[in-house]
Design a protein around this ligand. Structure first.
Ligand SMILES: Cc1cc2nc3c(=O)[nH]c(=O)nc-3n(C[C@H](O)[C@H](O)[C@H](O)COP(=O)(O)OP(=O)(O)OC[C@H]3O[C@@H](n4cnc5c(N)ncnc54)[C@H](O)[C@@H]3O)c2cc1C
Length: 299
């Protein structure tokens, strides 16, 4: 089956691109494995038009409906390979589909490294956070636990000291914290705990604290996670010869969102930017506009 565009990843960036391409009357397929950051976040608080917050699930549902209403097709699957032929891209999926497209948009996002605490997932974005730019405001002047690993966790606690001076950093994985950073934690009066977490305590969907391995219970209504080592999902881009930075984020032309490989675009968290929903939407829109323009030139 040949499409004008295959969008790999149907999160925020992929959906916004799909809506724009549908409105440009392009034949496009979104292939999505349904395991993105927008699947995880229970509430986005900083989105224009949603002062009381909106969940990733809700945005994804509305986005898909809107894209389908302008003719975009969806496939729930995982892209496992992509290659460039003379005038066409060939894409293969885990469930065995082989598809072709004139243009590819990579919108595969990031996978956060969240510790093995299943109960915490129901609180992500509502009382447990990962991004200070998104949710620093949510902990203003409140007692907040930072669960993390070594320097990334310590640096998160330091960043959050702009928002509250009631911070406890639990170095769950007990990785080394540089002495320079440790000194800063002391200067900011951030309590440091070098003991693993046994379990997260969640009551009626809200985070209420951690039980530590030594039996101690730390109670607080807010938590930030910072373990480092998130996976930037740029593997398919690399197969296509797309240039990525040392941290695996895809480099794009900021005006068009096109990569160094002609015909391959990228948008959202997988590219180099500040990992925000509104920015992912902007990226997706921008990519779709320029994909449409590039297809017009073919005629
Ligand atoms: C807990 C949490 C809280 C957050 N809070 C906020 C907030 O308050 N405000 C804010 O602006 N942002 C917030 N964010 C960040 C926001 O969710 C991301 O910036 C946004 O989801 C990026 O959109 P995206 O389309 O790039 O990636 P995603 O939404 O992650 O979508 C990527 C999609 O690609 C799919 N995919 C990946 N690889 C493949 C493949 N090989 N084949 C097929 N499909 C694939 C995934 O399954 C996924 O559906 C938060 C994130 C988290 C995790």
């Amino acid at each position: 089956m040949e499409y004008e565009v295959i969008i790999i990843g149907g999160g925020i960036a992929g959906l916004q691109a799909a809506i724009q391409l549908g409105r440009a009357q392009r034949s496009a397929l979104v292939i999505d494995s349904n395991q993105g950051r927008s699947n995880l976040c229970r509430t986005y608080h900083n989105i224009l038009g949603w002062p009381d917050g909106v969940s990733g699930e809700q945005l994804r549902k509305l986005g898909r409906q809107q894209a389908e209403s302008v003719g975009i097709q969806f496939m729930e699957d995982t892209v496992i390979s992509a290659e460039k032929g003379d005038h066409i891209f060939r894409v293969k999926t885990k469930q065995g589909s082989a598809l072709e497209a004139k243009r590819i948009l990579i919108a595969t996002g990031i996978l956060d490294r969240i510790p093995d605490m299943p109960e915490i997932y129901q609180c992500l974005g509502s009382s447990v956070y990962i991004c200070p730019d998104c949710d620093g405001y949510e902990i203003k002047d409140q007692l907040t636990l930072v669960a993390g690993s070594g320097n990334p966790g310590a640096n998160m606690a330091l960043t959050l000291s702009y928002w509250t001076d009631r911070l406890i950093y639990i170095n769950h994985e007990q990785k080394k914290v540089d002495s320079r950073i440790m000194k800063k934690l002391k200067e900011k009066n951030i309590q440091y705990i070098h003991i693993p977490i046994k379990e997260a305590i969640v009551e009626k969907g809200d985070f209420t604290g951690f039980q530590l391995a030594d039996g101690r219970l730390l109670s607080a209504g807010k938590c930030f996670l910072a373990f480092g080592g998130n996976e930037v999902r740029s593997g398919i881009a690399k197969q296509l010869g797309v240039e990525v930075l040392e941290n695996n984020h895809i480099k794009v032309n900021r005006r068009t969102q096109e990569t160094n490989v002609k015909g391959v675009w990228a948008a959202g968290d997988v590219t180099v930017h500040s990992e925000q929903t509104a920015i992912a939407m902007g990226d997706g829109l921008q990519a779709a506009i320029w994909i449409h323009k590039s297809l017009l030139q073919e005629k």
